[in-house]
Design a protein around this ligand. Structure first.
Ligand SMILES: *Cc1c(COP(=O)(O)O)cnc(C)c1O
Length: 392
C-alpha cells in the first residue's frame, strides 16, 4: 500500500477521534466528497467566446453555470463568480480589478485581526500598491469612524477592504459607505471567515446593500470545498473581475471543486438558516460558559456575533500557558484549536453539537490538568453530521 495513502488513513482516523474547534475549518458532507473525488478532478473546461476549448465538457459547463446561479441566489446577489481556487485568489482578483499601480488601499490592521495578505509585504507589494490601516478599536471591536475619515483624507485610498481573520463583530456599514462615497473609494468586504454565516442570514446581512463587492473562502463557516467566491450587484465590476481570472490569477478552475461547491451550495440553500443561527448561538454561549471556569473569553457580555470566540491570554498565564502551549495541551486531550487563541464553533455545529457546557467543561478541565482525552474521544464518536442532503 502507498506510504502516502497510509498517512492519509492515519490522518483521517486521527481527525475523526478529535473535537475540531478550529475557526477556519469545517467538515464536508458525503455528497460533497463524492463530487470532489469524481472524474471531474482531472478535467479541463474553458469557454472561449461561444465554444469550449476542450472536448468532453458537456456536463462541466452546466455544473459551472448552475453553481454560479445557485450561489447568486443563496447570497441574493445579481452576479456570482465561483472559479477562484481560494479566498486569497479571490482577493488577488479583487485587488487587480479595482486598483491602479501605485494606488492606496486601506484594511483592518493585522494586530487587530486583519488579514495578513493585505499587509504591505504581501499582496500590496506584489501589485505595487500601498496599504494603510483602518483605525480600529480593539476593546469594542469597531472601526473608529472619525479617525478613519482623517486617514482617508490623508492617504486617499481608492479601495477600502473590510473583513478580518479574528472576526467577532459586524460593521456598521452605512456610515462607512457614506465615507467611501464622500472620498470616492470602492468598498469591498472580505467575508472569508463568515461566508457561511452571511449565506445563512445570521451575520452582516446588509453586506451587499452597502459594499460594492463581497468575496471570500468557501470552506470556513461556509462548509464547501476549499475555494473562493466573488459576489456583486454591479455588472461592470463583475466583468472586470472575470478579466482577471483565466491566465492572470489562475488557469484551471478545478471542476471537481466547483461541482463540490455546487453540492454544498444546495445544502446551504436547504439548511443554511438553521445552521448559521446555531453557529452564532453556540459561540455566544461557549464564550459565556467557558468564562465561568478558569479560561476567560474576551468581549463579555456579548462575546461573539460570529463563529469565533477569542480567548484572553491573561487567563492562561497562571498555568504558564501561551496560546501555542494551550493549543498543544488541548490537542493532547483530543481537542483541536489554532495556536492564536481562537475557538470556532462552525464544525462542531455541523456535527450536531449544541451542548456548549460540555465543550467548555472539557476545555477548563484540561487546563486544570485533568486528562479528558478518553471522554472527548467517546463524545466525538457519538456525533453525527447535520445540515446536508435533502430537507426533511
Ligand atoms: C482565510 C482568509 C483568507 C485566505 O483565504 P484562503 O481561502 O485560505 O485562500 C483571506 N482573507 C481572510 C480575511 C481570511 O481569513
Amino acid at each position: 500500500m502507498s506510504e502516502i495513502l497510509k498517512l492519509v488513513e492515519q490522518h483521517n482516523r486521527y481527525r475523526s477521534e478529535t473535537l475540531n474547534l478550529q475557526a477556519s475549518e469545517n467538515v464536508l458532507s458525503p455528497d460533497v466528497r463524492t463530487a470532489m473525488a469524481s472524474d471531474l478532478g482531472s478535467r479541463y473546461s474553458l469557454v472561449m467566446n461561444d465554444h469550449d476549448a476542450y472536448g468532453g465538457t458537456r456536463y462541466t459547463q452546466e455544473i459551472l453555470e448552475k453553481t454560479m446561479e445557485l450561489t447568486a441566489r443563496v447570497y441574493r446577489a445579481k452576479y456570482a463568480e465561483v472559479r477562484p481556487t481560494g479566498g486569497h485568489i479571490a482577493s488577488q482578483v479583487v485587488l487587480l480589478s479595482l486598483m491602479q499601480k501605485k494606488g492606496n488601499l486601506m484594511s483592518i490592521p493585522e494586530k487587530y485581526g486583519g488579514y495578513t495578505g493585505y499587509q504591505n509585504g504581501y499582496l500590496p507589494q506584489m501589485f505595487g500598491l500601498q496599504n494603510y490601516d483602518i483605525p480600529y478599536n480593539h476593546e469594542t471591536q469597531e472601526i473608529d469612524l472619525e479617525k478613519t475619515e482623517k486617514a482617508m483624507k490623508s492617504s486617499s485610498p481608492s479601495l477600502l477592504i473590510l473583513g478580518q481573520s479574528f472576526f467577532m463583530r459586524h460593521y456598521d456599514l452605512k456610515p462607512i459607505r457614506e465615507l467611501c462615497d464622500k472620498y470616492d473609494c470602492i468598498l469591498a468586504y472580505d467575508g472569508s471567515h463568515v461566508m457561511g454565516l452571511i449565506a445563512g442570514g445570521a451575520f452582516q446581512q446588509d453586506a451587499l446593500d452597502y459594499c460594492d463587492v463581497l468575496f471570500g473562502s468557501t470552506h470556513k463557516t461556509f462548509f464547501g470545498p476549499q475555494g473562493g467566491i466573488i459576489l456583486t450587484n454591479d455588472e461592470d465590476l463583475m466583468n472586470r473581475f472575470r478579466k482577471n481570472l483565466t491566465w492572470r490569477t489562475m488557469d484551471n478552475f478545478h471542476p471537481s471543486r466547483v461541482a463540490a461547491l455546487g453540492v454544498a451550495m444546495e445544502e446551504m440553500n436547504n439548511h443554511g438558516r438553521e445552521y448559521a443561527h446555531w453557529v452564532v448561538k453556540n459561540s455566544k454561549s461557549l464564550g459565556k460558559l467557558i468564562s465561568e471556569g478558569e479560561v476567560k473569553a474576551l468581549y463579555a457580555p456579548w462575546y461573539s456575533e460570529t463563529h469565533q470566540v477569542a480567548l484572553a491570554s491573561y487567563s492562561l498565564e497562571r498555568r504558564k500557558l501561551d496560546f501555542r502551549r494551550f493549543s498543544e495541551l488541548l490537542e493532547k486531550n483530543r481537542i483541536i484549536i489554532d495556536r492564536e487563541g481562537r475557538v470556532g464553533t462552525a464544525e462542531i455545529t455541523r456535527m450536531g453539537v449544541t451542548d456548549m457546557k460540555k465543550v467548555a467543561d472539557f476545555i477548563n478541565r484540561a487546563v486544570e490538568g485533568q486528562d479528558v482525552s478518553k471522554e472527548v474521544q467517546e463524545y466525538v464518536s457519538g456525533l453525527k453530521l447535520s445540515y446536508w442532503g435533502e430537507p426533511e
